[in-house]
Ligand binder design. Structure first.
Ligand code: GLU
Length: 368
């Protein structure tokens, strides 16, 4: 299912402070990369931060230098340490690593981005693990990405990756930065989702949840799913790829119906069931349509909008799972109604669909 995954690791995950690498985490990640490569032939590209932070540690700097030349010098020192650590950790599991350093210019010119992709493809074809980072020692404000979240998303788009995994010090997207609860599944990155994110104040890291959401927007638009989770106690990579890990999963946007069923495994456990008539069943399964209120028969369970529900046909078979745009109480009110009647009852909504086709995955016995 997931043939190519990009894993982005933030500075806070790889650094053990004072210029040291978190060896145990690196070893666990190397084992995970080896395991998924062996079991499901999944190709892995690593985007690894940490160069600046490691270089700062080596120079005994506690705060991020404002002098750009010194910042670039830190990156030049730290990148060696970073690559040595990755090379050792991957060698330990029988894998070869390769260093690929990029600047934004590599993506701005098509000829250059094609060369990047050719190099990555050549490495992956040899079973080599590319370790990518921004070329901080030559980047300046004009050409900097600024953060590896966006860099990793652009690599997903360029290389048609199926899944972007962003491991950081955050557990995932929280409903509120300080005291919220984890958002397990995002069907669509709306302004409300973007408002939940905030920047970072760590002296060695850049980005924060704001750039992670930006990265998720870029990656999901190119048909790539995104997982944001904790790298401090990282789940096994195989669990992440199979949708069993704790974090926030962002569904790929705008995929054809046949494409979306692959992501069923990542949908959280349904919070309710919606029974539909045969007309609605055909619309979903044979016409790639959305679920409309006119096809609703029964609503089981109590749930809010944006929750995952099972969609059941008249033979009590689960034909799909999807993200409902209405709560269970609202569905009881609009059941059987036409689209115009739904919009009259809910003037704040711009669309009448109960479950939009982009947020609907036909049920399969086991996602292939
Ligand atoms: N490229 C920077 C470094 O290696 C980090 C950028 C980021 O964490 O997004 O330190």
């Amino acid at each position: 299912m997931v043939k190519k995954v990009v894993i982005k690791l933030g500075t806070g995950i790889l650094s053990a402070g004072k210029g040291k690498i978190h060896e145990a985490r690196l070893a666990k990640l190397a084992n995970g990369i080896h395991a998924v490569g062996k079991s499901s032939k999944t190709q892995v590209i690593v985007v690894s931060s940490g160069a600046v932070g490691l270089g700062m540690g080596k120079l005994g700097l506690d705060s991020r230098p404002t002098d750009l030349a010194i910042l670039r010098a830190c990156a030049a020192i730290g990148q060696c340490l970073l690559m040595n650590a990755w090379t050792d950790a991957l060698r330990h599991v029988g894998l070869v690593s390769a260093q690929v350093l990029l600047t934004r210019d590599d993506f701005n010119e098509r000829a250059r981005s094609q060369k990047v992709q050719e190099t990555l493809d050549a490495l992956l074809a040899q079973g080599v693990i590319p370790i990518v980072n921004e070329n901080d020692s030559v980047s300046d404000e004009e050409i900097k990405f600024g953060d590896n979240d966006v860099l990793s998303a652009l690599l997903c788009s360029l290389g048609k990756a199926n899944l972007l995994v962003i491991l950081s010090t955050a557990k995932g997207l929280m409903t509120h930065p300080e005291a919220g609860s984890l958002v397990p599944f995002v069907a669509e990155i709306t302004p409300a989702i973007e408002q939940m994110a905030k920047g970072t104040d760590s002296p060695t890291a850049v980005g924060g949840m704001v750039t992670k959401i930006e990265a998720a927007k870029i990656a999901t638009k190119s048909g790539c799913a995104v997982f944001i989770g904790s790298g401090e106690q990282p789940s096994e990579l195989s669990e992440i790829i199979n949708g069993q890990a704790i974090g926030t999963f962002f569904a790929p946007a705008g995929l054809e119906l046949r494409e979306r069923k692959r992501w069923l495994a990542f949908f959280p456990k349904p919070k309710g069931r919606i029974s539909i008539d045969d007309g609605a069943r055909n619309a979903i399964l044979t016409q790639g349509g959305s679920l409309l209120a006119s096809g609703l028969l029964h609503i089981e369970g109590e749930f809010e909008k944006a929750e995952v529900v099972s969609i059941i046909d008249s033979r009590n078979q689960t034909i799909a799972r999807g993200i409902t745009r209405f709560s269970s109480a609202e569905l009881l009110e609009i059941r059987g109604k036409s689209n115009s009647e739904v919009l009259d009852l809910h003037p704040g909504k711009t669309r009448p669909e109960v479950v939009h086709r982009d947020h609907l995955a036909p049920h399969v016995s086991s996602p292939n």
